[in-house]
Write a protein that binds this ligand. Structure first.
Ligand SMILES: NC(=O)c1ccc[n+]([C@@H]2O[C@H](COP(=O)([O-])OP(=O)(O)OC[C@H]3O[C@@H](n4cnc5c(N)ncnc54)[C@H](O)[C@@H]3O)[C@@H](O)[C@H]2O)c1
Length: 483
């Protein structure tokens, strides 16, 4: 946390009683103005689930003027948890936000009271909710992945640029120190020449695979039609859990389990790729792959697979051409992981690799950067001698800090609000996070196509086959949802 933030928090802590209670209209701020201490008026769409911690990231420093959730019970719970968070943080009870189930109604009724909008709904609603916010010229912070179709990502990016607003995506790894260190080590030669990158995750930890819908009674608290948003109207459904599918989280799509359905989510890759591929994307200079190979367990038109193996073929840029591999899920009851790096031969290295349910290995000619988690928060180097040497080189200044650090580590929503107030850009603004999301979704394109795909970035199309192009754009939008 930067010093300016600490002193601002301290100041706000003393004045929050004054600030709470009266919302006086939006603080339509100009980029670059020095307005430290200014409280923004923010709305959160998808208030519970991740939206709840996203709200916590901004609620002490800013006014939450509206919370939106299609599930009435979860909406009320989210409002209460926000109040609890203030009280636990020794803050006075904040003014109550307006509560909505339909974000379109919120924009109709109170758009002029809102500065910025956080979108934390299931993936399929990111695009339509964020586009509504942009139509009203609001700053937007959207959860990862930005959208679950590549054409939506491109449209959202260009619309935000034209609107001139501050944007961010909720991939918290991009705010962390570790990702920057890994890039600095590689660029300053700590592991020799970068040769290969291996990434993996144990996801899906939700039901994913050959699922079949079955009719069920909709919970009374849920407005299912609003939950579907731009997807075609259909009766509420649940599903059977077939053998080999992780069913620990139950058999309803709401909440959380929508992830495995192409309509609503983006599978294990879409869920974790914007985290686990983030450092890779940054280190490789934000390049888009030329070709992606994919194999996976059985897929269907509706659901993502139990496991998939991908190879991204990256063109030369900052580094020579290389491959990035991705493994997710489990095969025959065992985690689907890549082979361990040849530099990780010690007992400690092998244990660290075995323990890592998600992770990344940047393999160089002399050593490997290893991270045993999704965000690249605490990378280390193998072998151990090289790690010791790298730390000494950092201490002596031989390896320098060249990357810009985040103003609000581990808080992308707070970082976004900070830059709306103080100027400058969040690290995962759409110029970064839109192509990152495209990078991730290209893997899904290859999985859904069940073949290697060559990507024509300029033309936004697969160039070696026609059939996969039907997965580039959402097939249809329901009337009344496109902004
Ligand atoms: N950055 C991270 O670490 C992280 C972690 C978890 C989830 N996420 C992302 O956050 C988003 C939400 O995931 P989740 O796990 O909280 O899902 P969830 O289903 O648990 O929660 C989503 C919430 O949004 C509400 N909602 C659904 N449709 C809505 C609509 N049309 N309008 C308003 N509210 C709506 C639901 O009722 C629910 O309360 C996803 O995009 C996910 O990828 C990010």
């Amino acid at each position: 946390m930067g010093l300016n933030i600490i002193s601002r928090r301290h100041f706000l802590g003393r004045t929050a009683g004054l600030a709470a209670g009266a919302f006086t209209g939006p603080n339509l701020l100009l980029k670059g103005q020095d307005k430290a201490g200014k409280r923004l008026n923010l709305a959160v769409i998808g208030a519970n689930g991740k939206g709840q911690s996203d709200t916590q990231g901004v609620t002490l420093d800013h006014n939450i003027v509206a919370l939106v959730d299609v599930d009435k019970k979860r909406l009320e719970e989210a409002a209460k948890k926000r109040v609890d968070h203030h009280l636990k943080s020794s803050q006075p009870e904040p003014a109550a936000p307006k509560l909505y189930q339909d974000f379109r109604k919120m924009f109709d009724e109170m758009s002029n009271e809102i500065d910025g909008v956080i979108v934390s709904t299931p993936d399929h609603t990111h695009y339509v909710a964020a586009m509504h916010a942009l139509k009203h010229k609001k700053h937007v912070c959207v959860q990862k992945p930005l959208c679950n179709y590549i054409s939506e990502v491109r449209d959202l990016h260009s619309t935000a640029k034209a609107a001139g607003v501050i944007t961010n995506m909720g991939n918290q790894g991009r705010t962390m120190e570790g990702q920057r260190l890994a890039k600095e080590w590689i660029e300053q030669g700590a592991i020799g020449t970068l040769k290969e990158i291996r990434l993996w995750t144990n996801r899906p930890i939700w039901p994913q695979g050959p699922l079949v819908k079955k009719a069920a009674e909709c919970p009374a608290n849920l407005d299912w039609d609003l939950w579907l948003s731009s997807e075609a109207s259909e009766p509420y459904f649940e599903f059977e859990i077939p053998a080999g599918v992780n069913g620990k989280r139950g058999n309803s799509v709401h909440p959380f389990n929508w992830r495995g359905w192409w309509q609503f989510g983006s599978g294990a890759l879409g869920d974790m790729g914007c985290h686990i591929m983030d450092a890779t994307f940054s280190i490789l200079g934000q390049l888009i792959p030329e070709k992606i190979d994919a194999t996976s367990s059985q897929i269907s038109d509706t659901c993502a697979p139990v496991w998939s193996d991908l190879v991204y073929h990256m063109p030369a840029g900052k580094h020579a051409a290389l491959t990035v591999s991705w493994n997710d899920g489990s095969k025959d009851g065992k985690p689907n992981k890549p082979a361990i790096s040849p530099h990780m031969t010690s007992e400690g290295a092998i244990k660290a690799f075995e323990k890592a349910s998600s992770g990344m290995m940047f393999i160089g000619t002399n050593g490997t950067i290893f991270e045993g988690d999704a965000y690249c928060a605490s990378p280390v180097i193998y072998n151990e001698d090289l790690w010791l040497q790298t730390r000494l080189d950092m201490k002596s200044g031989k390896i320098k800090k060249t990357e810009t650090r985040s103003a609000m580590p581990n808080n992308p929503q707070g970082e976004w609000a900070h830059h709306i107030v103080n100027g400058g850009l969040p690290a995962s603004n759409f110029d970064y996070s839109a192509p990152l999301t495209e990078f991730v979704l290209l893997g899904n394109l290859a999985v859904r196509a069940q073949q290697s795909v060559q990507w024509d970035k300029q033309g936004m199309k697969v160039s070696n086959a026609e059939a996969p192009n039907k997965f580039v754009a959402r097939p249809a939008y329901r009337d009344g949802w496109k902004a």
